[in-house]
Design a protein around this ligand. Structure first.
Ligand SMILES: Cc1cc2nc3c(=O)[nH]c(=O)nc-3n(C[C@H](O)[C@H](O)[C@H](O)COP(=O)(O)OP(=O)(O)OC[C@H]3O[C@@H](n4cnc5c(N)ncnc54)[C@H](O)[C@@H]3O)c2cc1C
Length: 378
């Protein structure tokens, strides 16, 4: 008999949630992580992640988000600590742009409460933004920020409490199918399991590239600035936002959370890398480019630069996730390619992966994430 029901490879956002759901279902689960808990070398660090419901990327994400919110609430209660703060959210851009139109489509299809703000409304309610006449915004009350390192630690702690065995600083070197299950070899030993779930984030690529799915890893920089005026950027006065500043180009940001400065970042830098080659230094030129955006759109946030951090997106060609069985091995499930917008879903992705390992199907609609979509050119 295999030593474990399931091995989870990678204990970042998705793997920690998966180990949690499996352990709470009474599965014998082993989680393997190459670094320390909630480390800063993958895709899930940087103190904050946006969560929002009126999802501009596709209305099919909305039911998953609604379940994700429920699961975050439940985890907060079990952990006894605050994992998210609701600030409301603004999706700002040209009236006919992808961001505003996509947000409205999701809100209308799923009957979500929202307000469409004109440029004048926006200036009146949120004077921190300097916008022109052609800019509008969709206001969503239920949006806010998750604290990603705390979320991962909470999932790991509760998983261990429910019986999961979690090994850190133990990189997986290889795995192979063995009989009905899998054998996983690490720097410290070899383990057998009925099922393997691969949640390796930016390290997932090689496996799928061999199958013709061009996953790309993209470097993205986060910046924290001290506002020039105190008090204007507290979470009760300034919400999370995404701003379409040129057609199809976005930056996003947060209020000053937990006594930090305001955080701002480009969504998709276009700067490709690998986990081994990512440049961690941030150049003066990059800082000037983000300052130019602040000066133009949120001038009072453009104070002293406090801190920067680099992080990796793992992009699929259509920026939708991959959650599916391994194409060659039914005992292996893959979840990757979260394309810079996965964190908010990690609570529900854990539930989906636990169900797939246990029953071979999930109650959630995950057709959008199927590997089969790459069978024909995208
Ligand atoms: C700058 C930035 C901003 C973002 N903003 C948002 C946002 O506002 N909202 C949102 O919803 N999403 C956001 N995202 C996206 C989101 O953070 C990611 O989609 C999500 O964190 C991906 O989680 P993951 O579990 O796939 O990867 P990770 O959390 O990186 O986990 C993968 C884990 O696998 C481990 N691993 C890999 N290979 C091995 C091995 N061989 N052996 C053992 N362990 C291994 C790694 O060490 C790592 O811990 C952002 C991402 C970045 C980079």
């Amino acid at each position: 008999m295999a030593q474990f029901d399931v091995v989870v490879l990678g204990l970042g956002a998705m793997g920690s949630a998966t180990a949690y759901h499996l352990a709470r279902r009474g599965r014998r689960v082993l989680g393997l992580e190459q670094f320390t808990p909630a480390h800063d070398r993958g895709a899930s660090h940087g103190h904050s992640r946006i969560i929002r419901e009126a999802y501009f990327e596709d209305p099919r994400y909305v039911p998953l988000l609604q379940r994700a919110y429920e699961l975050w609430d439940a985890l907060q209660q079990q952990a006894g600590s605050r994992l998210l703060v609701l600030t409301g959210g603004l999706m700002i851009g040209p009236d006919g742009g992808e961001l505003v139109q996509g947000t409205l489509a999701s809100a209308r299809q799923h009957h979500l409460p929202y307000e469409l703000l004109s440029s004048a409304d926006l200036k009146h309610r949120f004077p921190q933004f300097a916008t022109d006449e052609s800019t509008v915004a969709v206001w969503e009350r239920r949006a806010g920020a998750l604290f990603p390192e705390d979320c991962i630690r909470a999932h790991l702690t509760q998983a261990a409490r429910a019986g999961a065995i979690l090994h850190f600083e133990e990189p997986v070197q290889r795995w192979r199918v063995l009989g009905d299950g899998v054998e996983v070899t690490t720097s410290r030993g070899t383990y057998t399991a009925g099922h393997l779930i691969i949640t390796a984030g930016p390290w997932a690529g090689q496996m799928l590239q061999q199958r013709g799915v061009p996953l790309e890893v993209e470097r993205n920089v986060m910046y924290w600035f001290r506002p020039r005026q105190d008090g204007l950027f507290t979470p009760d006065r300034f919400p999370i936002y995404i701003y379409e500043y040129t057609q199809g180009r976005f930056f996003y940001g947060f209020p000053a959370l937990r006594g930090e400065g305001v955080k701002i970042a480009h969504h998709h830098s276009g700067d490709l890398c690998t986990p081994e080659t990512i440049k961690r230094e941030v150049s003066e030129d990059e800082i000037q480019r983000i300052r130019a955006l602040l000066a133009r759109h949120i001038p009072d946030a453009n104070g002293e630069l406090l801190h920067t951090a680099t992080c990796m997106y793992t992009n699929t060609p259509d920026y939708h996730f991959i959650i599916d069985r391994h194409p060659d091995h039914s005992a292996v499930t893959i979840a990757c390619g979260f394309s810079g917008h996965g964190f908010k879903f990690s609570s529900v992705v854990g539930e989906i992966l636990a169900e797939l390992a246990e029953y071979d199907h999930t109650r959630h609609d995950i057709d959008l994430f199927s590997l089969a979509r790459f069978a024909s050119p995208v």
